[in-house]
Design a protein around this ligand. Structure first.
Ligand SMILES: [Zn+2]
Length: 311
């Protein structure tokens, strides 16, 4: 469809006919619209290369059209030292893409990707030493772009991005460092093809609410631990108290048994005689003359002593 640039230029040069320009314009070729600059380049090439073959002139003219932005001023000055470098006549297919109306190819841009952090950011923390920033989007030529770069907080790294629309964001949008929560905000980035240097920033700020939640949770855990320790201490105190009480009870019981045994022994019935100073068990041979029953405690109270034969 349409006219091929090379063929058009060659045709114009070989015919060397001003009316040819009008013919081309009347064709309304969408690829090749012959504006005044193109016309100047071609006619300039024809003027300054008189005597060469039309093919050579056409080559020069085509080179001039393709390098229009450079060549126009030279020919407009009226005395170019040399024609632009004459390219080998290119094959038609690739030349079609170099339409004169696209004055410059879209340029990639250098993009500085910065990471900015709030003052609370723990710089000394090894985990906080760098942040991975992801750049994703679609270039104008349709290619999906996904790059990631590790950036030291407070500094920047350079990327080259083709024209397109991108998103610049932290790989991890929420990070917890030294019991503080930081959230990241990125940005969109349009690379417009001008080739100008650009910058993009990812910013981390302290999330005070979430950080407070961590502090509250730690305080609660601390309080619970202290409560548990106090409860444990109380259990141990009660156990010690119970052991003490049981020991006291056991001692009291022992003393009670001893006392009961003593009382039992004291209430034992013994026997005394009319004349002796000893007390006896029943059946003792010293009880043949006289025998009077008396309680042991009574006998002891009255100064009687145990008989050596029966006690
Ligand atoms: Zn006796």
């Amino acid at each position: 469809m349409g006219l091929n640039l090379w063929q058009t230029v060659k045709s114009l040069v070989m015919r060397n006919d001003a009316e040819a320009f009008d013919e081309v314009e009347s064709d309304q070729d969408p690829v090749l619209e012959l504006d005044d600059d193109v016309r100047t380049v071609i006619t300039g090439a024809m003027e300054h290369a008189k005597g060469f073959s039309p093919k050579v002139i056409a080559s020069w003219a085509l080179g001039g059209v393709l390098a229009l932005s450079v060549v126009t001023s030279a020919f407009a000055g009226g005395s170019p030292a040399t024609p632009p470098n004459a390219p080998e006549p290119p094959s038609p297919a690739p030349v079609v893409q170099a339409a004169p109306e696209s004055e410059e190819e879209p340029q990639a841009s250098d993009v500085r990707v910065s990471v900015v952090v709030s003052e609370q950011w723990p710089m000394e923390d090894a985990e906080a030493a760098s942040v991975v920033v992801e750049v994703t989007g679609t270039a104008d030529d349709g290619e999906e772009v996904a790059q990631s770069v590790s950036v030291v907080p407070g500094s920047s790294r350079a990327l080259i991005l083709e024209p397109g629309a991108y998103s610049v964001a932290a790989k991890t949008s929420e990070v917890t460092l030294a019991d503080m929560v930081f959230v990241a905000s990125g940005q969109t980035l349009a690379v417009d093809g001008s080739g100008d240097d650009l910058s993009a920033t990812v910013t981390f700020v302290l999330d005070e609410a979430k950080t407070q939640e961590i502090a509250d949770a730690k305080a609660e855990a601390q309080r619970a631990a202290e409560e548990e320790a106090a409860r444990q201490a109380e259990v141990e105190r009660q156990a010690a108290e119970e052991a003490e009480r049981q020991a006291t009870e056991a001692e009291a019981a022992r003393q009670a048994r001893a006392a009961a045994a003593e009382a039992q022994r004291n209430e034992q019935t013994v026997y005394i005689t009319d004349t002796g100073s000893k007390y006896h068990n029943a059946g003792c041979r010293h009880l043949k003359e006289s025998k009077h029953a008396i309680s042991l405690s009574e006998a002891q109270a009255r100064g009687y002593e145990p008989c050596k034969h029966c006690h």
